[in-house]
Design a protein around this ligand. Structure first.
Ligand code: SAH
Ligand code: SF4
Length: 344
């Protein structure tokens, strides 16, 4: 039997367990602080706990969610990508991006993805399984530990790695709640951004929960025919339905939405798409984050040009919609958006 992963548990659950072992009430919080404030990842490191308890915990739990297999560093030293093996032999990738004082980590929520977006390497590998909340948390802890050793901290977490986070809603939110905990890792909600392909029922649920987490929607096309050809899930949740849910989100939370747009040369980087998008987004508190397409094996589309990207952005700006063209990062180590896979 595989031991339970300690990162899968809430503080309240560990408290109940330790109480049932007749441990004093403060032991659970000491364990929690060891995991999330000291980033200890093996039982013998828990110098704040008596040795017999460390042994008992070691018998009950696994502390190893992720085994690093390879780590690649981009030529500009700004991006690091790690391939991790999971307990069942599956694998995921996690990326750390450094930019001046910002250290952003891009985490995965699934092995593969069921959404099948044609331009995305994760989508091209199909869906293997959901990650548990502990496997999601452990990606952050791994890089927190790594940066801690260099005297740095994670400043932002983007849920934009492998998988569709709103298809694995509970585990993703449980993971973020655990990372938020003020007695644990204590990273503020506003430092998280979740990106979704646009699963409308989950956007509505997220809205009702009034979370302070930033929301990004991967739009990529302004008409349903084009969007469905790039993102098959659009047939279930077409653009206008997504945008109604977005209006409700902004109305209810007062928060701005980001729309993501991978610019593919001659496909969705045209002036027609830009004008249509501007009309669709009228009156919505939002901004557009466009990025030249990153190459993937299974898709023949090409990245837009600088000239076409600027023209696209200027059209949106002309309608009063802010649009930034994101720099592509980590391409030499296949760590860009949509390039993550489980190549073990
Ligand atoms: N499943 C979620 C989050 C993971 S993908 C989502 O789709 O939003 C993170 C972002 O990378 C999304 O905006 C996605 O559309 C984008 N992306 C996927 N493949 C890409 C590619 N080849 N080039 C640029 N962006 C890509
Ligand atoms: Fe899944 Fe996002 Fe890739 Fe689409 S872009 S296949 S939703 S990971």
């Amino acid at each position: 039997m595989v031991a339970s992963l300690i990162y899968d548990f809430q503080l309240s659950e560990l408290t109940t367990l330790l109480a049932s072992w007749d441990e004093p009430g403060y032991r659970a919080i000491q364990l929690w602080q060891g995991l999330y404030q000291h980033f200890w990842d093996s039982p013998e490191q828990f110098s704040n706990l008596p040795v017999p308890l460390r042994r008992k915990l070691a018998g009950e739990f696994s502390y190893t969610a992720l085994t690093p297999i390879t780590t690649l560093i981009s030529s500009d030293n700004q991006t690091i990508k790690t391939l991790f093996k999971l307990h069942d032999g599956q694998a995921i990738e996690t990326v750390l991006m450094r930019y001046e004082k910002r250290h952003t980590i891009c985490i995965s929520t699934q092995v593969g993805c069921a959404m099948g977006c044609v331009f995305c390497a994760t989508g091209q590998m199909g869906f293997k399984r959901h990650l548990s909340s502990g496997e999601i948390v452990a990606q952050v802890m791994y890089y927190a530990r790594f940066l801690h050793d260099e005297g740095d901290v994670i400043t932002n977490v983007v849920v934009m790695g492998m998988g569709e986070p709103f298809h694995n809603y509970e585990n993703t939110m449980n993971a973020i709640d655990r990372l938020n905990d003020s007695e644990g890792y204590n990273l503020g909600s506003r430092r998280f951004t979740i990106s979704t392909v646009g699963l409308v029922p989950a956007i509505r649920r997220f809205t009702l929960e009034k979370r302070q987490i930033n929301l990004a929607i991967s739009l990529h096309a302004a008409d349903d025919l084009l969007r469905s050809s790039m993102l098959p899930i659009n047939k279930a949740y077409p653009i206008d339905e997504i945008l109604v849910a977005c209006h409700d989100y902004v109305l209810s939370t007062g928060r701005r939405i980001t729309f993501e747009w991978a610019l593919v040369n001659g496909i969705n980087d045209t002036p027609e798409q830009a004008h249509l998008l501007a009309v669709k987004l009228k009156g919505l508190l939002c901004h557009v984050n466009a990025i030249p397409l990153n190459p993937t094996k299974g898709y023949s589309g090409e990245a837009t040009t600088k000239f076409r990207a600027n023209a696209f952005s200027q059209i949106l700006n002309g309608y009063g919609i802010p649009c930034t063209i994101r720099l592509r990062r980590g391409l030499d180590i296949q760590a860009g958006c949509g390039q993550l896979v489980s190549n073990i």
